[in-house]
Design a protein around this ligand. Structure first.
Ligand code: CA
Length: 243
């Protein structure tokens, strides 16, 4: 889909040092209607992101001259709030946590489908357009993704990093039933040793902290945080199979 006359150009900076991958991403994004600028090293990326305006930045972490995480930290320290989607190694759990800590808006493990990249990009663009900051809310629950803070009815709730990851992901996708396997992959970073049971235990603890009605289980399908989460009383389980 090409931009038609008069449409606003949506510029995306893609920071990736693997030339073939960078070109694939460029092609896919241009087909999706974005204007793309490529950059293959950290120092240049830091400079560009600091002085130019982009709608969003896709940032690889392993880069020559300056690593992606340092680049991101410098932007955030300089007050640059451009949405950033980081590309991480498969199963690179600590990278993801560090990235989110450093102010990333989302991440995508390599290898990825370009369709997934574009979907994530649209999501962070929507969030940044609709909200002044990376604050997500659904009903009584508010997640400040930049500060990794969660409040329910305005009161701060202390969550472990894994609980936070699960809740923030469900809030990013509020209104959509997230399949259990997708949530496991997101929370545990593709660590196959942890499965459904571990997730159930995690969600049990999370529900005790944020309120039972916030995360609704659709048996056999997955989990959803509704847009008006927790505003009406609910026991947190809604059976769809056999209904
Ligand atoms: Ca790289």
């Amino acid at each position: 889909m090409a931009l038609s006359e008069g449409e606003v150009e949506v510029r995306i900076l893609v920071v990736e040092d693997e030339a073939a991958l960078a070109e694939d991403v460029r092609t896919a994004l241009e087909q999706a209607g974005f204007t793309v600028e490529l950059c293959a090293d950290g120092e240049t990326a830091w400079f560009k992101g600091d002085v130019e305006e982009y709608a969003a930045i896709i940032l690889d972490l392993g880069l020559p001259t300056l690593d992606g995480l340092s680049v991101l930290k410098r932007w955030r320290q300089a007050g640059r709030s451009t949405p950033v989607l980081i590309l991480t190694a498969r199963g690179g759990w600590s990278e993801r946590v560090e990235g989110i800590d450093a102010g990333a808006d989302d991440y995508l493990p390599k290898p990825f489908q370009t369709e997934e990249l574009i979907a994530r990009l649209h999501a962070i663009l929507r969030r940044s357009a609709g909200k002044a900051s990376s604050v997500l809310s659904a009903g009584r629950v508010v997640v400040d993704a930049r500060r990794m803070r969660v409040t329910v009815d305005g009161k701060a709730v202390a969550l472990t990093p894994l609980e936070y990851r699960a809740l923030a992901y469900l809030l990013y996708h509020a209104g959509r039933v997230v399949p259990a396997v997708e949530l496991v992959d997101h929370v545990y970073g593709g660590d196959d040793a942890r499965g459904q049971n571990t997730l159930d235990v995690l969600l049990g603890r999370l529900r005790r902290k944020v309120g039972a009605g916030v995360i609704v289980t659709h048996r056999g399908f997955g989990y959803v945080v509704e847009e008006e989460a927790g505003l009406s009383p609910g026991e947190g389980v809604e059976g769809r199979d056999g209904a």
